[in-house]
Design a protein around this ligand. Sequence first.
Ligand SMILES: *[C@@H]1O[C@H](CO)[C@@H](O)[C@H](O)[C@H]1NC(C)=O
Ligand SMILES: *[C@@H]1O[C@H](CO)[C@@H](O)[C@H](O)[C@H]1NC(C)=O
Ligand SMILES: *[C@@H]1O[C@H](CO)[C@@H](O)[C@H](O)[C@H]1NC(C)=O
Ligand SMILES: *[C@@H]1O[C@H](CO)[C@@H](O)[C@H](O)[C@H]1NC(C)=O
Ligand SMILES: *[C@@H]1O[C@H](CO)[C@@H](O)[C@H](O)[C@H]1NC(C)=O
Ligand SMILES: *[C@@H]1O[C@H](CO)[C@@H](O)[C@H](O)[C@H]1NC(C)=O
Ligand SMILES: *[C@@H]1O[C@H](CO)[C@@H](O)[C@H](O)[C@H]1NC(C)=O
Length: 383
Amino acid sequence: MDRFTAALILLSWLSFVTMNAQVPDYIQNFTLLESAVAKGAVCLDGSPPAYAYVEGYGSGSSNWIVYMEGGGWCESLMDCINRSKKYHGSSKYENDTNFVGILDSDSQLNQYFYNWNKVFIHYCDGSVYMSDIKKVDPSNNLTFRGARIYHAMMEEMLHKGMGNAHNAILSGGSAGGLSTILHCDRFRYLFPNTTRVKCISDSGFFIHGEGALANKSGPHFAHVIETHELGALLPKSCTSKRDPNLCLFPEYLIEDVSTPLFLVETAFDSFQIKYSFKPKSIQWGLCELSLEQCNSQQIRIIEEFRPIVLKTLMKLDKSCSRGVFVDSCYLHGHIARRSTWTRSPLVRNTTMEQAIADWYFDRSPFQEIDNNASPQVCPHSDP
Ligand SMILES: *[C@@H]1O[C@H](CO)[C@@H](O)[C@H](O)[C@H]1NC(C)=O
Ligand SMILES: *[C@@H]1O[C@H](CO)[C@@H](O)[C@H](O)[C@H]1NC(C)=O
Ligand SMILES: *[C@@H]1O[C@H](CO)[C@@H](O)[C@H](O)[C@H]1NC(C)=O
Ligand SMILES: *[C@@H]1O[C@H](CO)[C@@H](O)[C@H](O)[C@H]1NC(C)=O
Ligand SMILES: *[C@@H]1O[C@H](CO)[C@@H](O)[C@H](O)[C@H]1NC(C)=O
Ligand SMILES: *[C@@H]1O[C@H](CO)[C@@H](O)[C@H](O)[C@H]1NC(C)=O
Ligand SMILES: *[C@@H]1O[C@H](CO)[C@@H](O)[C@H](O)[C@H]1NC(C)=O
């Protein structure tokens, strides 16, 4: 081998190594679902919806997990206009996403689901995948079509063979976790009754509560329902019994979900506390980002959230098919992060991954709430 060839080999080896260092293997490209546009299933800005998919193999080849991305919602026309110009209202701004946590393809980091067919749905409708307004707002070109996106995505996955699954999971975090609760039974009907179908909602249990909390949380969701015209689209089992404006709150929805559902939550949800629990008069500052940056007054407020979570969960019926894992982490979102999934806090000496897998595969139920009265620092770096 001459020196020129040797140099070439070295160079290509180096570029191979650096390229692999630059692009971690958990990054997956989005596919734009162009065929959905003709069905009017588009993001707020009119762009096609997007998903990322990794094919299953081996023992996972006929198992499917669908993960619905979260990212809040928009509460007014102006809010939705702003959103339509960013990642969460469009498919124009990113072309890939991370497959980590329950979506990780590394068997060391995700021992039960690593080789399943895995789907990540990009959230770009601002309505927890529920809106379906026929008319396009002519002055702003905004489209409210979250429900159509959900259906177009399911149709796409059925084309890929999801209907033949032996095992299937619908999951999601935050707004995607709320959407999981709303779409869970609908997802179940995509499969024959021989398929094991269950849903996992992560940090989607947004609490209405009472008193001061209800006074703040109530109007937020009432505005979402109004902006996206969701009144007639929410479950009739709820809207026929009470004020339809309450029917985006899981505490009023869950009892009517007949498909097995697992709730992954914390007693100290950092998003809910800032968004609808802390008094307006108290500045939150960097306490939003990490517990280490909260002062004693803020920590006292965080601690006051826990009894409300417990009380709300206790009021639910005690369905034995329901899974519950409530830790004490001060964060929002667990299962789609490498950190919280692989270095999970223990609840009754069990990791989140183990609790979910044992419940999913019918090995043992899990309904446990950590008994720590104070919030814990848990690893929550991304991915
Ligand atoms: C994602 O797209 C880029 C650019 O087209 C391509 O180089 C890369 O191989 C793709 N990644 C995966 C995981 O398919
Ligand atoms: C929309 O964005 C503008 C400019 O960033 C901002 O000033 C305004 O407060 C936003 N409106 C809403 C409702 O979020
Ligand atoms: C992906 O998006 C980034 C910006 O977000 C852009 O720089 C890059 O060219 C895009 N890659 C492809 C293959 O479209
Ligand atoms: C709305 O979309 C139409 C057709 O693409 C375009 O002609 C019009 O300028 C857009 N209006 C606004 C306000 O962006
Ligand atoms: C599944 O569906 C078939 C046909 O609809 C029905 O005969 C059967 O009893 C069902 N099995 C279970 C376990 O529900
Ligand atoms: C909640 O709002 C109602 C009606 O506006 C008010 O009467 C009540 O005092 C408020 N409760 C709290 C605890 O802020
Ligand atoms: C917790 O689980 C570990 C590993 O499964 C086990 O070794 C340990 O004895 C358990 N501790 C308690 C208190 O159950």
